[in-house]
Every structure is written in C-alpha cells, then in structure tokens.
Design a protein around this ligand. Sequence first.
Ligand SMILES: C[S@@+](CC[C@H](N)C(=O)[O-])C[C@H]1O[C@@H](n2cnc3c(N)ncnc32)[C@H](O)[C@@H]1O
Length: 393
Amino acid sequence: MNRSHDHEMAVTLTQGDRSRRAFVATLRSHVLQRMAGELRQHFEGTVGPEHAKSGAPLETPEAIHEAMKVEFPFKAYSSVRTAAQEMVFDVVSDAVDRELEMLNEKAAQPAKTGTLRLDPSLQLPKSVTGIDVHLSPGSYHVEHAEADVSAGAVYDNSIDVFAFGQFGKQHNDIGSTLSNYLRLKFPDFTPASILDCGCTIGHNTLPWAETYPDAEITAIDVAAPVLRYAHARAESMGVAAHFKQMDATSMAFGDEQFDVVFSSMFMHELPLKHLHQYLKEAFRVLKPGGILWQMELPPMNAMPNYENFCMNWDTYYNNEPYYGTFRRQDYQQLLIDAGFSADQFVEATMPRYTFIGEEAFGEAIEDGNTFDTLTGRMDPKGTRWYGFGAWKR
Ligand SMILES: C[S@@+](CC[C@H](N)C(=O)[O-])C[C@H]1O[C@@H](n2cnc3c(N)ncnc32)[C@H](O)[C@@H]1O
C-alpha cells in the first residue's frame, strides 16, 4: 500500500507495514461501502417509513441524524468508522518514525528548482492548533524535531490508506481534474501565475505545472512541517513550485498577482469568519480576467437529504467542526460577499481525470452537473468531484 510514493521522500515499508496498511484501507472501504449501504437500507426500509407513518417524517439531515443516532446500525457504523480513522494515522506513523531523521535531512537539502519560505513569526489559527483535525494526532503543525517534516510525511502516507486509492496514483486527481477542466473548457485562458491555498503537501498543487507548464506555481499553508515536506517532495519529483508559510485569510501578496487562485478541500476546515476573509483576500490577489476556483464538498442545497445526513457525519464525529456550517452556505452568495459579480459564478461536477483519461473526460464535461450519491464522495464506482468559483471581471 505505497503505490503513490515514487519520490525520494518515500519511506521504506516492511511487510508488516504493508499488511497493516492494507487491512486499514480495506476496513475503511468496508465501512464506507458495505456498512454505509446497510445503514441506508435500515433508514429506507425501517426508520424513515416508521417516522412517516407516525406523522413525523424525517425531512432534514438533522432530523435524520436525531432518529438514526440511537439505532444500533448507526452506532456500529460510527464506532468502526472512528476506529478506522484513528488507525489510518497509527499504521502509517511506524515507518515515518523509523526514518524521520533521514527524512528531515533530505528535506533540508538545498533546493534545485522551487523555493520554500517559512515564517516562524506567523500566528497559527486555532482552527488548526486547537484540535486534532480529522483525528490526525498533532494536526498539521506539531513538530517533533528541528526542521521537522513528520506531519507532512504522515499525511502523504495516510492518503492511500484513508482514500483506498481513490485520489489517484500520485494523490493528485483533484488538481489534475480541475486544471484539465479549465484547460479544456476555456482553451483561450492561459494562466501565467497560479496560487494554491491550504496546499498541505502540494499533491494537488503539482499537477498545475503539468497542465500549464509555462505558469509559475505558488502554494501557501500555515503549517511549516507540511510545507517542508511539500517542497522536498516537489523537488524530488522535479517540479518547480514556490511554497510559502502564509495565512490565506491575510496574504502577504500584492493586489492582482494571480491568474488562478484555487483551493482543494480547504474551505470546509475554516471557521465561517475566516472563510469570508479568505475569499476577500482571494478576490484581492486575483488579476482581472482571472478565476477563483474551490474544489469542495457539494452544497447542502444541491444534495438529497440522506446524502447530507451522511456527509454531516464528519462534523459530529471526525473533528471537522466547520464542515456542516460551510456546506449550509449559499456558495454563490459567499463569492458575491467577497466582491465577485453574481453573473460570473461558475460551478461544475467532474469525473476523475486521471482515472478516465482525456477523451472520456472531455466528453463528460460537456454534460450538465450531476448531484447524487457519487458527488463529492470517495467511491470505487466513480467519484465525481464538485467545484465552484467565479471570474473576476
Ligand atoms: C484539508 S487540508 C487541504 C488539503 C489539500 N489542499 C488537498 O488538496 O487535499 C487543509 C490545509 O489548510 C491549511 N490551513 C488551515 N487554515 C489555513 C489558513 N488560514 N491559511 C492557510 N492554510 C490553512 C492546513 O494547515 C491544512 O494543510
């Protein structure tokens, strides 16, 4: 279970590491496919009809949660899912701990193509430091040694176990999908400068360099260990990118610097106040004629109630407290509040580029948007990513 580590920051795995990783990935897949399927049957066959018969139909995701949380299948599902989530970080940490000294040394080597700029004076937001985000011990920022990369190494190693391979061979499917969507949909748009906000280990930053080889790629994050790792990973893959420690709610860039500002699975980890600040900053640093795009969880108002109940699980049980509030927002209004014009709003659901290839992808993006059980969910049957944004005119 280390398919996607074809770079020099990859750790060496023992047979024990591989089998523990395979077990946890299978457990994650089991709970998210099989147990989730049985939970749905229990709702559709029993809990939903019983409430409807008693004259109190379950019409909101919150009402479904209230009714389901006392049911044994939900308790079993939640217990196994929480245990599996904790095990993801547990099983990948063994190999990272064994090789940490070597990883930190490799990451400290002089850069060949890109750059890394850290800011030790940066005040980290409580939304990162106050909790172990999605049950990852130490969140993104805790350091165990001088110039430590362990949070980044754990994150990189955890992706395949967490997503059981659904994020693509180099964990880059979201970045590849969006950048190729823009290239194919807007062939006359040739961005020269691209910014990724909340980049973590840069896995969805690097595909932009492949899609737009002439563009300068910059990526920011508040957490130093993930940035050190992102930089070393990019260097060893021969991709030039500029990683900077910076808060996206208060960027140290001048006005109108970037043709593309994007983020991937970032906004749902921000408190609402920071979300507004980030979008205002994104508007400020974007050039006129440029585009802001967020790859994110689909909004509640576009998804069926039961899917919203499923997606809300992370808010209640996975240390992702801002997830539900974010999904309840009107995404278009969020962008209008930040300065964008209502008629410049864009949104799309997209199949996974690295899984289906250029031709099928090109055909699929001509069709309209689809919101169903595959939208925004990891599913071997064919996840569909969701994104929204706006042009700055
Ligand atoms: C879920 S991860 C993003 C994952 C990644 N972009 C991807 O494509 O999978 C959220 C990242 O945002 C960073 N972050 C949180 N608040 C931030 C802020 N205010 N400014 C910049 N980065 C922030 C965290 O340190 C973390 O690395």
